[in-house]
Design a protein around this ligand. Structure first.
Ligand code: DGL
Length: 266
């Protein structure tokens, strides 16, 4: 890749604001890169959609990012990964880095031998997760819990609301009762519920979020095609949404931690 392309942006997408939890890790790992984030907010939640629908949305998101001239694409969505990454990699001309539930490290780190995994219905019913459980679950009791409704609560900014606490408690209690000491956050929206989840599960349960591992994999895949030069040059971010930009703007600004402008992605 030429040095010109090394200055091309990196594209990151999710169905909504969840992928910002991955974008934070990417920004930490790559302070000089330009980042483009797209929230497919007109089509959220992916987790309750058919595989055909998700596949078509992933194609649309990738095409949008490629039209912006990105040099790599990060699927910051477990649901989109398990359904569509294979297809995407057959035609996408730039490296694709993706995220899936961190069952391997959780199975290696548990002391009680019971691991909880929370994610969308679509993710947890996927062959990818079945394969991860079969590979790493020989001596570990892996308990999968789909969490319909949680993504919407994060999208509404209800990060500490009573209704969110009640729903989360109903999902987490059976795992805690079974002795889970390790909990995989298998949806990129859930790290924004870390504080509330921590209050519910207590300090004895370790939360596993693979965002930093995804950022490291991106660094590895970029290799020399990274912005070279002055370490103090901070890269910028551009934000897009397929739904109402005003709505996305409020939530993205809150979760990103500073006011941002969101542009309609068409
Ligand atoms: N953030 C997405 C994930 O990691 C799911 C959100 C959705 O259901 O749209 O799975």
């Amino acid at each position: 890749m030429s040095n010109l392309q090394a200055h091309a942006p990196i594209g990151v997408f999710d169905s909504g604001v969840g992928g910002l939890s991955v974008l934070v890790a990417i920004r930490r790992a790559l302070p000089q890169e330009s980042l483009i984030y797209v929230a497919d907010s007109a089509h959220i939640p992916y987790g309750e959609r058919s595989p055909e629908y998700i596949d078509a949305r992933v194609k649309a998101m990738a095409e949008f990012l490629l039209a912006q001239g990105v040099k790599a694409i990060v699927i910051a969505c477990n649901t989109a990964t398990v359904v569509a990454v294979q297809n995407l990699r057959t035609w996408c001309p730039v490296p694709v880095v993706a995220i899936e539930p961190a069952i391997k490290p959780a199975a290696q780190q548990t002391r009680s031998g019971v691991v909880g995994v929370i994610g969308t219905s679509r993710t947890l019913a996927s062959p990818n997760v079945a394969r991860l459980c079969a590979t790493y679950g020989a001596n570990v009791d892996i308990r999968l819990q789909a969490c319909p409704g949680l993504v919407e609560m994060v999208e509404d900014g209800a990060l500490m609301a009573d209704a969110t606490r009640a729903l989360l408690t109903s999902y987490l209690k059976p795992m805690l009762d079974a002795g889970a000491d390790t909990l995989v956050l298998g949806c990129t929206h859930y790290p924004f519920l870390r504080e509330l989840i921590g209050e519910i599960v207590g300090p004895g349960v370790q939360l596993i979020d693979p965002a930093d591992a995804v950022a490291r994999e991106l660094v590895r895949r970029l290799g020399d095609d990274r912005v070279q030069g002055n370490e103090t040059d901070a890269g910028g971010e551009s934000f897009y949404a397929t739904g109402l930009p005003e709505r996305a703007e409020a939530m993205i600004s809150m979760l990103w931690g500073k006011p941002v402008k969101v542009i309609a992605a068409g």
